[in-house]
Design a protein around this ligand. Structure first.
Ligand code: FAD
Ligand code: SF4
Length: 521
């Protein structure tokens, strides 16, 4: 297809950031606060939470990345509302706001088990950022958390109320001797003030976090780092889909070309921060044949084993009510009887009705009248799920397919299969979760094996032969290119990823700013 010449924006800005999710927004704010001229280009629209975020799952589908992605492998991962968002704020607009820290040994899988990858940095390198984020975002969490190293400060807010599934899980785990704790959530249990952001209102226990939080209680990027960045002069351009990354003869990046309202534009910059998520980031690099020397772009695709176990209870649960991710256990982080590497955590689930109906159709194979009959129990069902390590396997990768999308660009194809380690872990977890629900008095218990989160297609590491970026997110090949999102994780971690993505984002910005200052001296 013939393409029109892009319109030039005359100005060369210091930094362009592609994507405004957990990877892009924190560093956008940090760079703007350091006085740099920064422009963020976001493919999705900007929303007004109060106007646009309704308690209506179907109506909220615009929050997800709905462009088709091709899925292959023995256990193909599903996309859209299973893992990818779009809009100013990225996937944090729909995330559930679980924000546990990883444990230090999560970052040393190869050292500990001889498989997978170690991170090129230690937990101690991330810890100051976890601390900073928990205070800035106003994380609600327990006074004492039973797992992991001691914290330098407590969570700034008390935990949110436990929902129906969490109360049942808590009772049953106590009987079985499994420790539980209220979870850390990036949702406010009380009104909260932060310099540069202002007051944010407390959670109203509406329970539709995955449909967008209309009161701004959930710490999505649109109500935290984006306003902070804009207050310091960052420019956020919504509805701008980047298609090209331009270079000079030395191979240094010089700017990007993006489409907005059917027009092509060029934005020149001195440094580029690619934060488009674990599918679109490698896709952009592959499309532009950029930073491909390591052979690792698109490789090492990982997704958390995320089995759910559901049961029916005599009491009313109201699974749509209150913060969905309320109770956690990390007693399964390194189970004594494990026949697999790594570990997993257990989390109680709150679930919206349409999402639940979809899980039932997929997981139980019910359809038509049988599905309708089963869904009459919706107010009496409760679930637990796991998130566990996933090893990188050579046959789990992303490639460009031969099929064009609506822009004429090749759609990504993602190959994903669980291997023995993920299958053994899932079997172990199913047994634990079935025991919990049996102790809680559940009937009609069933399990649904699934994967969640998209991780690891541009991994960080120590060398240009084995990784795309270094521990500071800087490309080994293109010195003014940085990557920061889920794609840089060398291992999946046995916890939800968003807090760690944000921590890496702040760390990448700080390392970049320190290098700029050294050059200026
Ligand atoms: C239902 C659900 C619940 C979740 N709950 C949790 C949770 O409780 N806790 C947790 O830690 N994690 C959770 N996650 C995962 C978490 O939301 C993501 O891992 C994380 O937000 C990903 O951040 P990211 O910056 O890597 O990518 P994203 O947030 O996806 O950001 C990428 C951004 O880049 C933009 N973009 C992409 N391509 C282009 C382009 N070419 N040009 C311009 N812009 C582009 C996209 O529109 C998007 O806004 C959940 C995910 C889902 C699906
Ligand atoms: S449960 Fe709380 S955080 Fe979630 S959408 Fe409702 S008000 Fe927002």
């Amino acid at each position: 297809m013939a393409r029109s010449q892009p319109t030039n924006t005359a100005e060369i800005v210091d930094c362009v950031v592609i994507g405004t999710g957990a990877g892009g927004a924190p560093l956008l704010a940090r760079l703007a606060m350091a006085g740099l001229k920064v422009v963020a280009l976001e493919a999705g629209p900007r929303h007004d939470a109060r106007r646009d975020f309704a308690t209506d799952e179907k109506a909220q589908e615009f929050l997800f990345w709905n462009d088709e992605r091709l899925s292959a492998g023995r256990t193909p991962t599903s996309f859209g509302n299973n893992n990818s968002g779009t809009g100013v704020g990225g996937s944090t607009l729909h995330y559930t706001a679980y924000t546990p820290r990883p444990q230090p040994d999560d970052l040393r899988l190869r050292t500990e088990f001889g498989v997978g990858q170690d991170w090129p940095l230690a937990f101690e390198d991330l810890e100051p950022y976890y601390d900073e984020l928990e205070q800035l975002l106003g994380i609600s969490g327990p006074a004492e958390y039973p797992w992991g190293p001691p914290r330098r400060r407590g969570y700034p807010l008390a935990p949110l109320p436990l929902n129906g599934a969490a109360l049942l899980m808590q009772r049953a785990c106590a009987k079985l001797g499994i420790r539980t704790s209220p979870a850390a959530n990036a949702a406010l249990s009380a009104r909260y003030y932060q310099e540069g952001i202002g007051w944010r209102e407390a959670c109203t226990n509406r329970g539709f976090c995955q449909a967008g939080c209309s009161v701004g209680a959930k710490a999505s990027m649109d109500v935290t780092f984006i306003p902070l960045a804009e207050a310091h002069g960052a420019e956020v351009r919504a509805g701008c889909f980047v298609t090209e990354i331009e270079r000079d003869a030395r191979g240094h990046m010089t700017g990007v070309v993006y489409e907005q309202d059917g027009q092509r534009h060029r934005q020149r910059c001195r440094h580029l921060f690619l934060c488009a998520g674990a599918i679109e980031t490698p896709r952009l690099l592959l499309l532009n044949r950029l930073a491909l020397g390591s052979g690792q772009v698109g490789q090492n695709f990982m997704a958390h084993p995320g089995m759910q176990v559901w049961g029916t209870f005599a009491e009313e649960i109201h699974p749509f009510k209150a913060i969905p991710g309320a109770l956690i256990s990390e007693d399964t982080h390194r189970p004594a009887d494990a026949d697999f590497a790594g570990g997993y955590l257990l989390q109680s689930i709150g679930v919206m009705p349409v999402t639940f109906a979809t899980q039932v159709a997929r997981g139980r194979g019910l359809w038509g009248p049988a599905l309708r009959d089963y869904l009459r129990q919706y107010n009496h069902i409760a679930g637990i799920n796991i998130l566990g390590d996933c090893l990188p396997h050579p046959d789990n990768y992303l490639e460009l397919s031969g099929e064009p999308d609506s822009r004429g660009l090749p759609k990504p194809r993602v190959h994903f299969s669980f291997h023995e380690n993920e299958e053994r872990m899932t079997r172990h977890a199913e047994d634990v979760m079935r025991r919990i629900w049996a102790a809680a008095g559940a009937e009609d218990v069933w399990a649904f094996s699934r994967s969640a989160h998209i991780i690891g297609t541009c991994r960080m590491g120590h060398s240009a032969e084995a990784a795309v970026v270094n521990s500071e997110g800087r490309s080994f090949e293109v010195p003014n290119l940085y990557i920061c999102d889920n794609s840089v994780f060398p291992s999946a971690l046995s916890v939800n990823p968003a807090l760690t993505i944000m921590a890496l984002s702040l760390r990448t910005a700080d390392a970049f700013l320190a290098r700029q200052r050294r050059r200026d001296q």
